[in-house]
Write a protein that binds this ligand. Structure first.
Ligand code: ZN
Length: 318
């Protein structure tokens, strides 16, 4: 496994590995949030685990693993407005492009085919971007296109401006009834960037991009002592605790929500063998993404925190 994946989201990588071993991975995955290089590398790692003919070890030298690391595997294909297309519409993933993908599915294959849908551009990175992304670029997985002078292949989230709705609709039937040995992976910044009909037929994963040093968790940890059980009587005081922390420290709401998300991703790392807990945590992480969106709509912080607190408490009844 690439060390950057291990560092940033080992829990997800392990989850996918186990799901693949147990043959219970959905045929359509949405990776959202975080940074797009991380999501892209995670997709390549999933493709590698699906195709490895040995035991899936990180340094495996089987032909499939080598081809995937070199980004030359015939069955692992990146689909973006600039990758793997024959038509000239360089602004969107076109219907023609999607139809070509679907046409290839008619023939059976000995490989597990993986199609990674994202947006991309060739881009010169700023100094800050270089600092942020270099470890992803040097991950050990080649990118779909080589550098052109100082421009590097730069993945971005798919959305309705770069993935035509006609093209997306053309995908729908295959997402619903996928041929065997095919996995579609969509990389998006938010689940709302895809058609609801695609989202409802896919398994979604928030991919955090969080380095430990930046997040404080001690101020709310006591509320998570019995997690996933979350006492309704504590819900209001939990919401108050978050709000007063934000005010005292002069942090913004998103940062406070990031801290909780970070805490939950750490919890996954130590519990990834527990499938039930894993699913609950993933759901709660998604809920926190929704809370972040509420703050974008200028909803008051207290309301956002209360809504989250009651969600966590109410969930325990089911
Ligand atoms: Zn291998």
């Amino acid at each position: 496994m690439s060390s950057v994946i291990e560092k940033k989201c080992l829990y997800l990588s392990n989850f996918f590995k186990t799901a693949i071993e147990q043959n219970r991975l959905f045929h359509s995955l949405i990776l959202y949030g975080g940074n797009n290089y991380l999501k892209y590398l995670l997709s390549m790692e999933i493709a590698r685990q699906l195709n490895c003919t040995e035991s899936g070890e990180e340094n495996c030298e089987c032909q499939n693993c080598r081809w995937i690391r070199e980004n030359k595997h015939p069955a692992v294909v990146t689909i973006s407005k600039i990758d793997n297309k024959t038509d000239s519409s360089l602004t969107v993933i076109s219907e023609e492009q999607v139809n070509q993908v679907l046409d290839t599915l008619i023939n059976s294959s000995n490989y597990h085919r993986v199609f990674i849908f994202c947006d991309a551009q060739m881009k010169s990175l700023s100094v800050e971007e270089k600092e942020k992304y270099q470890e992803y670029i040097d991950s050990g997985f080649c990118l779909p296109q080589e550098n052109i002078e100082d421009k590097v292949w730069f993945p971005m989230g798919i959305n309705n401006s770069n993935f035509s709705s006609v093209a997306e609709n053309a995908m729908l039937k295959s997402v619903e009834e996928p041929p065997s040995n095919v996995t579609f992976i969509f990389l998006a910044n938010s689940k709302d960037d895809l058609l609801q009909t695609i989202v409802s037929r896919s398994q979604s994963f928030f991919v955090g991009d969080m380095d430990k040093i930046n997040y404080e968790t001690s101020f709310f940890e006591k509320y998570f002592e019995n997690y996933p059980y979350f006492d309704m009587t504590n819900a209001l005081s939990f919401a108050k605790c978050l709000y007063s922390y934000q005010i005292t420290k002069n942090y913004d709401t998103k940062y406070v929500l990031d801290c909780i998300q970070y805490y939950l991703t750490e919890l996954i790392k130590s519990n990834y063998d527990n499938k039930v807990l894993f699913n609950i945590i993933m759901r709660d992480i998604e809920k926190i993404e929704e809370s972040k969106k509420m703050t974008d709509s200028y909803i008051k912080e207290q309301t956002v925190y209360e809504d989250l607190a009651f969600y966590l408490a109410k969930k325990c009844k089911y």
